[in-house]
Design a protein around this ligand. Structure first.
Ligand code: NI
Length: 147
């Protein structure tokens, strides 16, 4: 019998401030690289969390979207909404809060929580910084041992 694999996606939104500054660059280099993003500013972010798995015959679901919603809200949104990403968020400590790095940090935090749902696999974190700019993270490259 064929297993039907389905991807389910939960979308949430949050507003946060940040500032892009690399500790590897001096002030002039930071200003040249990041321009206006070198000063405090904010975004209305969109976050999509995609989880894949087989459709459970008993429930007809991959994972209850209500469970996924609760996880995303309690573990991510509550921690970042109306915060300053450079200084208020413990799981972003020491990270340059670009969309790339924020997406990776969100993945790491959610992947740990999804251990409670062993039939599902986290597949993609999509983070919108604006309507026209977004990044996708798919986890570690396949060549590395633990994924
Ligand atoms: Ni920005």
């Amino acid at each position: 019998m064929t297993t039907r694999m389905v991807e389910i996606v939960r979308r949430e939104e949050f507003s946060a401030a940040h500032r892009l500054e690399s500790p590897h660059l001096d002030e002039a280099q930071n200003r040249a690289l990041y321009g206006p993003c070198f000063t405090d500013h904010g975004h209305n972010y969109g976050l999509e969390v995609a989880v894949r798995g087989p459709v459970d015959e008993r429930t007809g679901m991959v994972m209850n979207l209500a469970d996924l919603m609760r996880l995303v809200r309690t573990k991510i949104i509550d921690a970042v909404d109306h915060r300053h990403l450079n200084r208020d968020v413990d799981f972003l400590e020491g990270v340059i809060p670009t969309a790339e790095n924020v997406a990776i940090a969100i993945w790491d935090r959610l992947e740990a929580e999804l251990q409670a749902f062993p039939q599902c696999q986290l597949h993609r974190i999509r983070l919108y910084e604006s309507a026209s700019n977004f990044v996708d993270y798919f986890g570690r490259a396949p060549s590395t041992p633990n994924r």
